[in-house]
Write a protein that binds this ligand. Structure first.
Ligand code: NAD
Length: 397
């Protein structure tokens, strides 16, 4: 079939297998161009490994440190007349490249919140790797089924206490308008914590510990975001921020549990970037568009792969993780410099539909978004008849 983007609001319902493969190849090239990650991880489990930060973590571990990787994700396969989700094609491409490089890679497509997937993955670690020395927890999901009670929790992106009005970007048209979001009630806050908080990270770690598959010196890392004060009502002080606070609670508890193994649990605060998860958050895409412009002009812009490469190379595996006062790793440091934030604050006050194309990076936002689905990549023939039903080697073997 001929595959073109079909955008519905903040998602693209199609994905291009060759474009996704090219996107993965470009990320691999970034990591390789920086040389080997000395003393990097050797056996890595990535939970949420198919897109965004998790995919880049898997690529950085495999192609920077020659790590064997097991990836877990929830993606839809394609068929003769409909495309798979991007994460499915990304994983196919990753596995093909890993195999060509002589690297072990095995993938699990299922609900990471379930007990069944946890057991399957643990059996695979036992059988193939023995133990893992790095666990990356990078899930972003709108819902979670409680494995014990069967209750389905839904996460919401809302402020707490009072309604929040701020500037907002229509990411299809480039129109800058205003959005008002009503506050969450207590139940919505609790449900969001159940989905995006630390509970499932703890369940994974407990299960991995109990099975004895965490190596001496293991590190386990989950990702968070803080950002500048203009986004706090919807992010840091909103429902998602409550969930991220819970993630930090879990980090402290897991840190104690991993101590007997000389292990360490971390929360890494990463940069705001266009991913499938972040494009769903109100206000944030406008902030990201302004941020990209400033950081590209400054020469400090990074995408997920540069962020994850830096996390491994300059924090987790160089003996100098540089935690902040709350014990978090900060690879959002370049985003959060006073110089960058000062320019953004001025532009935030001034931005409107007319000046947005000059002071924001709308083109960069849109092209990054399309690239997530394998569109707009150099060297891909988008007019070619393409097989959308291709599989993931380790899932079809
Ligand atoms: P993403 O949407 O690109 O990736 C989410 C991953 O989770 C995918 O691999 C998906 O398949 C997987 N997933 C979702 N539900 C699943 C389920 N039930 N079972 C198995 N896998 C499932 O998201 P992202 O932006 O890379 O976010 C990953 C983490 O990074 C999140 O914790 C997010 O808060 C954090 N983070 C994101 C940003 C940003 O700007 N994007 C910044 C800082 C931190």
């Amino acid at each position: 079939m001929i595959i073109a983007p079909k955008i519905r609001g903040f998602i693209c319902t199609t994905a291009h297998p060759d474009g996704c493969a090219q996107h993965v190849a470009e990320q691999i090239a970034v990591v390789k161009s920086r040389g080997p990650i000395e003393n990097g991880p050797k056996r890595v489990l990535v939970i949420g490994s198919s897109t965004g930060y998790g995919l880049s973590s898997r690529i950085a571990a495999a192609f920077g440190a020659n790590a064997s990787t097991i990836g877990v994700f929830f993606e839809r396969p394609g068929s003769a007349d409909s495309t798979a989700t991007a994460g499915f094609y990304n994983t196919r491409a990753f596995e093909i490249q890993a195999k060509a490089a002589g690297l072990y890679a095995r993938s699990f497509n299922g609900d990471a919140f379930s007990d069944a997937v946890k057991s399957e993955v643990i059996e695979a670690i036992k059988a193939d790797l023995g133990q893992v020395d790095l666990v990356i927890y990078s899930l972003a999901s709108p819902r979670r089924t409680d494995p014990k009670t069967g209750e389905v929790y839904k996460s919401v992106l809302k402020p707490i206490g009072q309604s929040y009005t701020n500037k907002n970007l229509n990411t299809s048209t480039g129109v800058v308008n205003e959005v008002t979001i009503e506050p969450a009630d207590q139940d919505e806050i609790q449900q969001t914590i159940h989905v995006m908080g630390g509970e499932d990270w703890e369940l994974w770690t407990d299960a991995l510990l109990e099975a004895g598959v965490l190596a001496h010196g293991v590190q386990s890392v989950a990702y968070s975001y803080i950002g500048p004060s203009m986004t706090w009502p919807i992010y840091k002080n909103g429902t998602i921020g409550c969930a991220k606070e819970d993630l930090e609670r879990a980090q402290r508890s897991l840190d104690a549990k991993l101590a007997p193994l000389a292990g360490k649990a971390w929360v890494s605060v990463n940069k705001a970037l266009v991913t499938q998860a972040s494009s769903a958050i109100p206000v944030v895409p406008l902030y990201i568009s302004l941020l990209y412009k400033v950081m590209k002009d400054e020469g400090t812009h990074e995408d997920t792969i540069e962020q994850m490469d830096r996390l491994f190379r300059d924090r987790l595996y160089n003996g100098n993780p540089q935690p902040d006062e709350a014990g978090r790793i900060r690879v959002d440091d370049w985003e959060m410099t006073p110089e960058v934030q000062q320019i953004i604050a001025e532009r935030w006050a001034a931005v409107n539909t007319e000046n947005f194309k000059d002071i924001g990076d709308f083109e960069g936002y849109q092209s990054s978004f399309l690239r997530l689905f394998g569109f707009g990549l150099a060297g891909v023939d988008y007019s070619a008849d393409t097989d959308a039903s291709v599989g993931i080697p380790s899932l079809t073997a």
